[in-house]
Design a protein. Structure first.
Length: 360
């Protein structure tokens, strides 16, 4: 999690069209990595006699727009949208966080989020005047999690000022299959359904290659931690990522929210591999958070620590937001869990080993 909140959660993607009025892919492009080349054929996406105008209030949705080759239709994004940098750099930011600036301590961030929730205060502010001026035809947001990004209700209220109500698509991912469905829904809404079909075929092919590579190998016990103080195990689509990559997630459950766990649960689960993926953190910040674990009195008793298999990973790009780079995250996990069977250059770029074997 960053100072703007934890991870995206939700239900299957939903479309509201029309909206009633309210009162009131390979991460950073790395040589040798699988490159996600946006689909660049000429777009026929029109709204009447003008090109469709799209606003994305969700980082993963912004990446999906890019993967579909629709980035020229983006007219505004959220303050958290950071990829692709050459796309988002030119666009106005339509949201901001209401949390105090400069929060870096995980416990302090968690406490601030909980206090906002207790008071019923929003974690995000939408610039309604700027949104209205952009006159979007399509707004991409998410429905249930008020912590991870602008929730659908807030986006809907903000769009109530628009002269012509836009279509709103709520991009919500419980399971990996929901990611594919969201991709198709966005492509359908933009009038380019065939582009989603090609992307989905490409992604499924890559996942099949991973599954074939790790088939028959011993499946290590894996624990991915989405927050460290207090500790949260992974949830929703991330346990599936572990499963496809050839591991067994010991605390997280597919399709279920991440949840707060006790450190005693971590010890009792006996993970053989631990991955630090604090929601919204880049690799450098995940590495810096290692001291929160190393201070635990029983840390060195955990099998993953004894085997030297504790890793920090680039959470923001490959785990925290469901989108095109989720597939890269699965390949990264496979390379860490089964280095003799699968490799990706992301191992050198998006992960760092934090412990060395203590047992001979």
């Amino acid at each position: 999690m960053n100072a703007s909140g934890r991870r995206a959660v939700g239900v299957r993607s939903s479309i509201v069209d029309p909206l009633p009025r309210f009162s009131g892919w390979a991460g950073r492009l790395i040589p040798g990595c699988t490159i996600h080349v946006p689909l660049k054929e000429k777009t026929q996406t029109q709204m009447g006699n003008r090109p469709m105008r799209i606003v994305s209030l969700l980082p993963g949705a912004t990446e999906i727009i890019w993967a579909l080759g629709l980035e020229d239709h983006l007219v505004g994004v959220s303050h958290e949208c950071d990829f692709p940098p050459e796309v988002v750099a030119r666009l106005p930011r339509l949201t901001r966080s209401t949390l105090p600036e400069g929060l870096t301590d995980p416990a302090a961030i968690d406490a601030a989020v909980r206090e906002k929730a207790r008071r019923g205060e929003p974690l995000y502010i939408v610039d309604e005047e700027q949104l209205a001026a952009l006159e979007p035809d399509l707004i991409l947001t998410q429905a249930l999690c008020e912590v991870c990004a602008v929730p659908m209700g807030q986006a809907a209220r903000a769009s109530g000022r628009l002269r012509r109500p836009p279509r709103i698509i709520a991009v919500n991912t419980y399971r990996l299959e929901d990611l594919f469905e969201s991709l198709q829904e966005i492509a359908d809404a933009a009038g380019v359904p065939e582009r989603a079909a090609r992307r989905i075929r490409e992604w499924r092919s890559r996942l099949a290659r991973v599954e074939a590579a790790v088939a028959g190998a011993p499946r290590p016990r894996v624990l991915l931690l989405e927050w460290l103080d207090p500790p949260f195990c992974c949830g929703h689509w991330v346990p599936e990522m572990v499963e496809i990559a050839g591991g067994t997630e010991v605390l997280g459950r597919p399709g279920e929210p991440s949840r707060r766990v006790r450190w005693e649960e971590v010890l009792e689960a006996e993970p053989e591999v631990i991955g630090l993926i604090p929601c919204g953190y880049p690799l450098s910040e995940a590495v810096a958070a290692r001291h929160l674990l190393e201070r635990l009195p029983f840390w060195e008793w955990i099998p993953a620590v004894q085997r030297g298999k504790v890793y920090a990973m680039e959470a923001s790009a490959y785990f925290s937001r469901p989108g095109p780079r989720t597939i890269d995250g699965i390949e990264l996990l496979a390379a860490l869990l089964h280095p003799d069977r699968f490799h990706t250059p992301l191992v050198e770029q998006a992960a760092q080993r934090l412990s060395h074997p203590t047992l001979s």
